[in-house]
Design a protein around this ligand. Sequence first.
Ligand SMILES: [Zn+2]
Length: 138
Amino acid sequence: MDQVFAPWRIEWVEREDRNEDVDGCVFCALPDREEARESRVVAASEHAFVLLNNYPYNPGHVMVIPRQHTGDYRDLDDAVLLDHARLKQRTFDALETALSPDGFNAGLNLGRSAGGSIGDHLHTHVVPRWAATPTSCR
Ligand SMILES: [Zn+2]
């Protein structure tokens, strides 16, 4: 097995958890904070918001999160589903403008066996992808 050293991720590995003062669900608490932007909330709509990922796979890795606290996608009503989908569209637009990726991965990890770390509050990962790794990241 090859070992990969990714020095650009060390600040994320070594950082203190900035969310440790949040009681209960972090995804319910963050968008209502006064300093929401410092908590990495970068966009918001009526029923959803966009949060920079604490442990990004790539630059620009964000999560589009419904405000409704549930781990079951089937609980979302039409208004929340549409708002969440439209905010994902705006997220693709913003990331394309800012970072010019060649593509995206976007999806939900539902349940721990699917890789979900926070299982009781849905969140859609949006990860920009590039065809070639920039020279500075090798
Ligand atoms: Zn929640």
